[in-house]
Design a protein around this ligand. Structure first.
Ligand code: ATP
Ligand code: MG
Length: 341
């Protein structure tokens, strides 16, 4: 029997938003539900520190917020194949990260387009920990690499589009390790959903906490409504009777991503292109659609808010540690990190 595992995660920097849902969580729930994969979902608290080292106290609340959001969208760590893992508690993972950093080139890491864009935003505040995060993420993925590796084993990583360069790099580094020291790692594979990158409410390329352009999974109905009403549309369309663009229009992008009534979306788009519908109608419909989508998520969240979440983190983290110990043992042997005879 081949081993099939999923490893993916999120930084614990606050509440999750619709971008996290379409870009990642939707696919996570689907893959969990197939029952074919052992799923390790990582609460990346160490990587949260790459940008939040001045506010470590934020982590404690954020870990809880992220876990609640995960439970609310239907991830279920009471299933035997589902593990919620607290990154900082798997010490072997940190060891793996150091080992991998020895064969990771500075120039190749800093060429990574996602990292480059983020470095631009951070400017002088970027830390060594931040620059090294693409390598640290390779350690995240490979901490649960099936060991010993058999051909046909799978390591699947469901992520948003911005992570694809990181995944390509993970494959490069794993292959390099195998060639230099002997085979330890199986090739990992990215799984990107239909909407790999959700734009922000302001039309910026990515919905992102740091850009303040989010609709959060935990937002109440009023907040969602006011966020939608403030959303950017087609900037060239200044009156409702003017023909408008629906392709690069965030309101329509969200309709396509979240409105289950495809006929309604087609009808609104048709009228918008002809100048026969106002922004207010399109937005009101979107607010209703989003609130319908979020209602069951809110309900589940409220239920889990009353529960003690610690135990399930301890259980999931233990499972990841058990997977990582043989990986790290094998890495130590191959890299000669052992007592001499
Ligand atoms: P934020 O920018 O809001 O702080 P983040 O990018 O730091 O979020 P991560 O923990 O790095 O969050 O990402 C978790 C997962 O969610 C990744 O797979 C990422 O690709 C995905 N993701 C985050 N934002 C979006 C988005 N706007 N659209 C699609 N996927 C997204
Ligand atoms: Mg990110």
């Amino acid at each position: 029997m081949n081993t099939k595992r999923v490893l993916t995660g999120m930084r614990t920097t606050g509440q999750l938003h619709l971008g996290h849902y379409v870009g990642a969580l939707k696919q996570w729930v689907e893959v969990q539900n197939t029952g074919d994969y052992d799923c390790y979902f990582l609460l990346a608290d160490i990587q949260a520190l790459t940008t939040h080292a001045d506010r470590p106290e934020l982590l404690t609340t954020s870990v809880r917020d992220v876990v609640l959001d995960w439970l609310a969208v239907g991830l279920d760590p009471t299933r035997p194949n589902v593990h919620f893992v607290l990154q900082s508690q798997v010490s072997e993972r940190a060891e793996l990260s150091i080992a991998l950093s020895m064969i990771a080139g500075y120039n190749e890491v800093t060429r990574n387009p996602t990292l480059k864009a983020e470095l631009k935003d951070l400017g002088k505040d970027a830390t060594i920990g931040f620059i090294a995060y693409p390598v640290d993420q390779v350690a995240d993925i490979y901490m649960v690499s099936p060991t010993p590796p058999e051909s046909g084993d799978k390591l699947l990583v469901p992520v948003g589009e911005d992570q694809v360069p990181h995944l390509e790099y993970a494959r490069v580094l794993a292959r390099r390790f195998n060639q230099k020291y002997g085979k330890v790692f199986v090739p990992c594979e990215a799984l990107v959903g239909e909407v790999g990158r959700l734009v922000g409410t302001d039309g910026q390329a990515k919905m992102s906490k740091s850009k303040g352009n989010t609709i959060n999974l935990a937002d109440d109905a009023k907040t969602v409504e006011s966020q939608v009403m403030k959303m950017f549309t087609d900037p060239k369309r200044i009156r409702a009777d003017m023909p408008g663009d629906t392709v690069n229009n965030p309101v329509f992008i969200y309709h396509r991503a979240f409105n289950p009534d495809k006929d309604e979306v087609a009808d609104l788009a048709e009228r918008y292109k002809k100048g026969r519908v106002g922004d207010v109608e399109v937005k009101s419909r979107l607010a209703a659609v989003l609130n319908n989508f979020l209602d069951p998520i809110r309900e589940r969240r409220a239920k889990f808010e009353r529960e003690d979440l610690r135990e399930l983190l301890v259980k999931g983290t233990k499972a990841a540690k058990e997977a990582c110990v043989p990986v790290m043992q094998s890495v130590r042997e191959k890299m000669h990190l052992v007592y001499p005879q």
